[in-house]
Design a protein around this ligand. Structure first.
Ligand SMILES: NC(=O)c1ccc[n+]([C@@H]2O[C@H](COP(=O)([O-])OP(=O)(O)OC[C@H]3O[C@@H](n4cnc5c(N)ncnc54)[C@H](O)[C@@H]3O)[C@@H](O)[C@H]2O)c1
Length: 401
C-alpha cells in the first residue's frame, strides 16, 4: 500500500504529541513535512518524535517542494482559516483541528474555497470518536430515550494552566473560549441530536478566580510573582505552579521563545486575559430542544458529564468514569453501561480521529465531521460570545446575514 504523505502545520503540543505521535506509529502513512513559523520548535518537535521531516517556515515554501495527500492544521485558532484556504488552493486535503475558524465570516470563506477545490476538509472534533459518546449516540439513535427535549453537559477541567498561561486566554486569538473550547461541546450536541437547526443562544461567563487578587499564596514585600512559573519567586509554594521540565526546554524554553516570544507558562493569575474561567451557555434549537453547556476551568475535577432527557428515558453520562446510565420513565428501571478503557489521547478518541482521516484520504469513507459541522459549532460559540459580552440573547441567523 502506498504510504500517505502527511504534513503537519503547527508543530506545538497538539501537532507533535497527538498527530505527530499517532502518524509516526502508522504503517500506511508518513509525516514528510513540518511547517511552523518557529523553526526552533519545529526542529525540536522532529527530534522529540525521532523523525526527519522536511521543515518549512511558510506554506509557500512547503508547496514548492512537497506533494502531499493531506495536511493537518494545529496552529492557534485565528490562523486556521487562512492556512486551510492556502492548503486547499495548493491541492491538499485538510484535517483542521477544532475550531474551523474563530468567526462565521472566516468559516464561510473556507467553505467557499473548499467547494471550488473539490477537496476534503475534516474537522478535528475528536469527541465524536470517544467510545462513550459513540455508545450514547447509538442509544439515542436506537430510540431508547424517545423524543429528546432537553440536554445538558458540564465540563470540569483544571484548565488555567492551558488556557490562561498562553495564547488561548486571548479573544483575538481564539474568538473566546465558547469557540475555542465550547465548539467541541456544541458540536457534540449537534451530532447527538442529529443536527437540528440552532436558533438562539444565551450565555453568562466571567473570570472569577484566576485574577491577581486570588494568588494562592501570600506575597512577600519586595518579591513580585511571575512572569512565568519557572522564573517565579513563589514557584515552590504556589499550588498552581506549572513548571517546564528539562525535557520541555527544546520546544518551549528560552531558545524557542527567543524566536517568537511565546511563553507557555505565564502566571495564570497575572496574565492579561479577556476570556472566561467559568460560564454557562444555553442553546435553543428548532423544534424547541434546549441544551445547556457549563464550563468550569478551576477545580480538582476533570470530567465531561452529560444528561440527555427524552420522553421514554434519561441518560446520565460521565466520560471520566466511562459510564452511561439509562433510567426508564415510569418504571425507574436503570441500566448502567461501563465502556472499556481505550488507549490514546482524549480517552482513545484521537487515534480513532486519525484513522478516520486516513480512510477519508484513501476514499474509503466520507468525513464524519464536515466543514459545515465546523461552521455550525463556530456559529453557536460566536453567538455565545456575543451574548456574554453584550448581555443579550443572540439569534444564530444574525451571524449569517
Ligand atoms: N481537538 C482537541 O482536543 C484539541 C486539543 C488541544 C488543542 N487543539 C487545537 O489544536 C491547535 C493547536 O493547539 P496547541 O495547544 O498545540 O498549540 P501550541 O501553541 O502548542 O502549538 C501551536 C504551534 O503553531 C505554531 N504557529 C503559530 N502560528 C503559525 C502559523 N501562522 N503557521 C505555522 N505555524 C504557526 C506555533 O509556533 C506553535 O508551534 C489549536 O487550534 C487548538 O484549538 C485541539
Amino acid at each position: 500500500m502506498k504510504k500517505l504523505k502527511i504534513a503537519i502545520v503547527g508543530t506545538g503540543s497538539r501537532g507533535t504529541f497527538c498527530f505527530g505521535q499517532l502518524f509516526k506509529k502508522r504503517e500506511d502513512a508518513e509525516i514528510v513535512a513540518f511547517c511552523d513559523v518557529n523553526p526552533v520548535r519545529a526542529k525540536a518537535a522532529a527530534e522529540t518524535l525521532g523523525i526527519s521531516p522536511n521543515i518549512y517556515q511558510t506554506m509557500e515554501d512547503m508547496a514548492e517542494k512537497e506533494t502531499l495527500d493531506g495536511v493537518i492544521i494545529t496552529t492557534p485558532d485565528c490562523t486556521h482559516h487562512k492556512i486551510a484556504m492556502k492548503a486547499l488552493n495548493y491541492g491538499w486535503n485538510v484535517l483542521v483541528d477544532k475550531p474551523l475558524a474563530t468567526n462565521v465570516k472566516d468559516g464561510k470563506e473556507v467553505i467557499e474555497t473548499a467547494k471550488k477545490s473539490g477537496l476534503t476538509i475534516m474537522i478535528g472534533f475528536n469527541l465524536r470518536h470517544h467510545g462513550v459518546l459513540k455508545r450514547l449516540k447509538e442509544i439515542i439513535d436506537e430510540g431508547t430515550l424517545g423524543k429528546i427535549f432537553i440536554a445538558e453537559n458540564r465540563e470540569f477541567y483544571d484548565g488555567g494552566r492551558t488556557y490562561m498561561s498562553r495564547w488561548n486566554r486571548l479573544y483575538s486569538v481564539t474568538g473566546g473560549l465558547w469557540i475555542h473550547k465550547g465548539s467541541h461541546d456544541f458540536d457534540v450536541f449537534n451530532w447527538l441530536l442529529d443536527f437540528p437547526k440552532p436558533v438562539r443562544v444565551s450565555s453568562f461567563a466571567a473570570v472569577n478566580v484566576l485574577t491577581p487578587e486570588n494568588l494562592p499564596f501570600e506575597k512577600e514585600a519586595g518579591h513580585e510573582p511571575g512572569p512565568s512559573c519557572n522564573d517565579c519567586y513563589y514557584k515552590e509554594k504556589c499550588k498552581d505552579k506549572f513548571l517546564l521540565e528539562d525535557s520541555d526546554q527544546p520546544m518551549w524554553g528560552k531558545d524557542a521563545a527567543a524566536a517568537d516570544g511565546y511563553l507557555k507558562n505565564q502566571c495564570m493569575y497575572l496574565s492579561d486575559k479577556d476570556t472566561h474561567d467559568n460560564g454557562i451557555a444555553i442553546v435553543e434549537y428548532e423544534g424547541g430542544i434546549k441544551v445547556s453547556h457549563f464550563e468550569c476551568f478551576i477545580g480538582a475535577r476533570s470530567d465531561r458529564t452529560y444528561t440527555v432527557v427524552g420522553d421514554k428515558a434519561i441518560a446520565d453520562v460521565s466520560l471520566h468514569h466511562r459510564t452511561i446510565t439509562v433510567t426508564k420513565r415510569w418504571t425507574g428501571e436503570a441500566i448502567t453501561y461501563t465502556l472499556p478503557e481505550e488507549t490514546g489521547g482524549h480517552g482513545g478518541a484521537d487515534p480513532s480521529l486519525v484513522d478516520a482521516f486516513c480512510k477519508v484520504l484513501r476514499k474509503e469513507m466520507e468525513p464524519n465531521s464536515t466543514i459545515e459541522h465546523g461552521l455550525l459549532a463556530t456559529a453557536i460559540g460566536q453567538a455565545a460570545e456575543i451574548s456574554r459580552r453584550e448581555h443579550r440573547m443572540v439569534e444564530i441567523e444574525e451571524l449569517f446575514r
